[in-house]
Every structure is written in structure tokens, then in C-alpha cells.
Design a protein around this ligand. Structure first.
Ligand SMILES: NC(=O)c1ccc[n+]([C@@H]2O[C@H](COP(=O)([O-])OP(=O)(O)OC[C@H]3O[C@@H](n4cnc5c(N)ncnc54)[C@H](O)[C@@H]3O)[C@@H](O)[C@H]2O)c1
Length: 413
């Protein structure tokens, strides 16, 4: 996939689009009313505008200078020491935690790092940059509460921390299938090393597991009690079985050594900072529609997926870490789309963002189905509602608009 930035020139600047997008008042802020380990009120939770300024760098002039002037030039300017960091909460030493985020330079990890930093914690990000990027967390580099370590979790590391969010693992089929043995090593050794670390320093450990542990489900929607239906020899097995063994390791460490574990089974998530070339359905559709290319659907388009916006997922992860729930918890949006419906929605929303300047010429075309692609996926989130008081707040439409603006900005010169 090559960047075709000329085609994007006619598109309104991100700022123009943002003027009409949801504000803090409309959303009631992100993560409001959360309690952290029951001891900290997070109503100082970030506004949508503040979070947006971290990935768009447009809405807050004091922040935009830090990640560089992206548009109107063929170069990006970075400064190693920002003029001013985003404001973080001042926490007293009893509430300030040292938190390790593995995979913190990736899509979900970087949003989690943003939130934990804004909450006022000390955050260590460990990443080997396989699918992540330093630019995702560049706005924190140099902050006294933040540390960035290039490290592969397949190798052990010793760190003194209170909590571990273990996200390190490629999540898109294109990437995890490019080196399936490494994906399995990351699933097993990566999780084993992070559990060993958590055991030694008595840290609470949260595993970013996945709905893929349900495989091609025979139960619909999927409850956490469902054991799954996974092809252990197919091309997706490296990821699916890697996550299943990661869960098995977590529960074994909990039973045998008393490690304090949390397991999030994450369903399809999208948002700004998704890798534009990782072949996931949301990024594919948005990019194809922005370029006026046809949208490619693998199979007949009748397969269903549910899509959750990344801010909701981060809310859920933080609430799960703070809860006493040691059973696996589904985090996802129960609203289901067929892939065909979602493709049409993507075309409509890209047209909307283009503000009628140009109607997209994109059509939908069908390609042969992908091996072992599950026909249905929808979470039952009863447990998350009851145990965490969590449910998604963002509508798919709002999240998609936000994501389209991000891709526009990323691809503009
Ligand atoms: N995004 C989703 O829809 C989704 C759905 C289910 C589960 N998850 C899980 O959430 C986590 C984050 O997913 P994401 O979408 O942000 O993916 P991502 O690929 O954007 O992020 C993964 C990060 O982990 C890093 N990484 C990979 N292997 C590593 C290794 N061996 N050592 C150190 N770092 C390594 C990558 O460089 C990247 O920064 C993953 O564990 C994924 O399985 C995501």
C-alpha cells in the first residue's frame, strides 16, 4: 500500500472537521467517575479535547509544536525537550503507582500510556517497535514520570513496578502471521517473563487477551464461560493459541504462586494511531475510501463484527486493573455490523468528512474469504457491566469520524 497524499489535498484541514466533532461536554469527558483501587477519584480524567490533542497535535497550540508541524511541508520537526508537557495530575506518594506497559508504543498501548500519565502515575513503556512506533508516545519523552525502554519481552527484564499491563504482541493478522513462531514465542515467553517479574515484585498483572480465544464461535454472543472453538493448526493459531497459552500461564501463576492477575478479552478495537498498513478492516476501509479506491471485502460480507472505540477500551482496562475481578472479562461493543454494512458506513463517513467537496468514487468489491476468519463475533459484556461498572460510551460513528480525521492528518504532507 503506497501513500497517495496528493489525493488527500482537496480534503478539509483536520481543524475544520474537528470543529463539528464531539466535545467534552457532549461526552461527559473520558473515563469520568472512575475509581482507582478505590482510593483515587479520577474525575480529573482527561477531556476528549486533551486526548485528541495528543494524537492530532492540533487542538492545543502549546502541544502541537512538540510533535512537529505536519502539514504544508515535506518535513516533520521534532523537539526532544518539549516546551511544555500535557498537564498530569499531582498524586500523593500513596496513590502514585509505578506502572509497566508492555507494547506501550503500539496502538492501544500508547492510548493507555496517555491515560496513565495524565492520571499522574510513573509509567514505564517497554516495546521492541515491531508494530509500534516511538512517535506514538513521543509527546511524553523527557517527562520525569515517563521512561521508554526498547526491549523484547521474549527476553527477561527486571523492573520494580506495582502494576503490569501486558500488551506486547502484534495484533493484526498481517503482522502476527509474518513470523508465526515469533508470535508464539511472544505469547508464551513474553507472558511467562512478565508473570515472573510480577511474581518477584508482587505487582498486579493484567493480560491483554483477545476474543480470538473463542476462535470460530459456536455460541453467540460469546460469554466468558465459553471455552472456544479454535483451529490449533491453522494460520491464525499462532495468535489464538498464543493468547490461550498466555491465559493458561496467568491462571497457573495465580494458583501456584498467588500472582494477582486480571485478564481482559478484547474485541475488535479501532481509533487513532492504528497502523495504517496492518490490513485491519477499519484502517483498510478508511484508507481505501479516502483514496477513492474500491473497498475490498474478503468473502460475501455477511460475517459480523463489533467495533469498539479505543477510549472505551482504555477505560475498561483501567477499571479492570482497579477491580477485584480475577475472572476473564470481555471488553467490546455488543453492537454488531456485517462487514458489508461497515464498508458502506465507512464510505458514507469519509464522504461526510470531505464535507460534500467530493463524493467518493469507491465501490465495494469481494475477494475470496480468508482461512479461518470467524463468521460471527459479538461480546456478552454482562460481566464487565456488573463487576466493573463498565460499558462502551462511544458510538461507532463518532469514533470513526475521529479516526478518519486522524488518518487524514497522518497522510497529509
Ligand atoms: N486492537 C485490537 O482490536 C485488539 C483486539 C484484541 C486484543 N488486542 C490485544 O491488545 C494488545 C495491543 O494490541 P494493538 O492493537 O495495540 O496492537 P499493536 O500491534 O499496535 O501493538 C502491539 C505492541 O507490542 C509491541 N510488541 C510486539 N511484540 C513485542 C515483543 N516481543 N516485545 C516487545 N514489544 C512487542 C509492538 O511493537 C507494538 O508496539 C495486543 O496484545 C493484542 O493482542 C488488541
Amino acid at each position: 500500500m503506497s501513500r497517495n497524499v496528493e489525493e488527500l489535498h482537496a480534503i478539509p484541514a483536520a481543524e475544520e472537521v474537528l470543529r463539528d466533532m464531539p466535545t467534552e461536554q457532549q461526552h461527559g469527558g473520558v473515563g469520568q467517575q472512575q475509581q482507582h483501587n478505590g482510593s483515587m477519584d479520577l474525575t480529573g480524567a482527561p477531556s476528549v479535547e486533551l486526548l485528541r490533542s495528543l494524537y492530532l497535535g492540533t487542538t492545543n497550540p502549546s502541544i502541537s509544536g512538540r510533535i512537529g508541524e505536519r502539514r504544508g511541508s515535506t518535513s516533520i520537526t521534532f523537539t526532544t525537550v518539549p516546551i511544555e508537557f500535557p498537564p498530569v495530575t499531582r498524586l500523593d506518594p500513596f496513590n502514585k503507582k509505578r506502572i509497566l506497559v508492555t507494547g506501550g508504543a503500539g496502538f492501544v498501548g500508547s492510548h493507555l500510556v496517555d491515560r496513565l500519565m495524565l492520571m499522574g502515575h510513573d509509567v514505564i513503556c517497554v516495546d521492541n517497535y515491531f508494530t509500534g512506533s516511538k512517535t506514538n508516545i513521543a509527546h511524553w519523552i523527557g517527562h520525569p514520570n515517563f521512561e521508554l525502554i526498547r526491549h523484547d519481552v521474549v527476553d527477561p527484564i527486571m523492573l520494580e513496578v506495582d502494576q503490569v499491563y501486558h500488551l506486547a504482541c502484534p495484533a493484526s493478522p498481517v503482522h502476527y502471521q509474518s513470523n508465526p513462531v515469533k508470535t508464539l514465542k511472544t505469547g508464551f515467553f513474553g507472558t511467562y517473563n512478565m508473570l515472573g517479574l510480577s511474581k518477584r515484585v508482587k505487582a498486579r498483572f493484567l493480560l491483554a487477551s483477545t476474543s480470538e480465544v473463542y476462535g470460530s464461535p459456536e455460541e453467540h454472543p460469546q460469554r466468558e464461560g465459553y471455552w472456544g472453538h479454535v483451529n490449533c493448526i491453522g494460520p491464525r493459531a499462532c495468535y489464538d493459541e498464543g493468547k490461550r497459552v498466555a491465559e493458561a500461564l496467568a491462571y497457573s501463576y495465580a494458583r501456584q504462586d498467588g500472582v494477582d492477575i486480571r485478564v481482559a478479552r478484547i474485541f475488535n478495537t479501532f481509533g487513532p494511531r492504528m497502523n495504517w498498513n496492518d490490513g485491519r478492516v477499519v484502517s483498510n476501509f478508511i484508507l481505501q475510501a479516502l483514496r477513492g479506491e474500491d473497498l475490498t471485502i474478503y468473502g460475501d460480507g455477511a460475517a459480523t463484527r463489533s467495533f469498539q472505540y479505543v477510549h472505551d477500551l482504555v477505560d475498561g482496562l483501567i477499571k479492570l486493573m482497579a477491580s477485584d475481578c480475577t475472572e476473564p472479562v470481555n471488553l467490546g461493543t455488543p453492537q454488531e455490523y456485517t462487514i458489508e454494512e461497515f464498508a458502506r458506513l465507512s464510505i458514507d463517513l469519509v464522504s461526510e468528512v470531505r464535507a460534500g467537496k467530493e463524493t467518493t468514487k469507491s465501490k465495494i468489491i469481494h475477494l475470496p474469504p480468508v482461512t479461518d476468519d470467524p463468521p460471527k463475533r459479538r461480546p456478552d459484556i454482562t460481566r464487565a457491566k456488573e463487576r466493573l461498572g463498565w460499558e462502551p460510551k462511544w458510538k461507532v460513528r463518532e469514533g470513526m469520524l475521529e479516526t478518519i480525521v486522524y488518518f487524514l492528518q497522518t497522510l497529509q504532507p
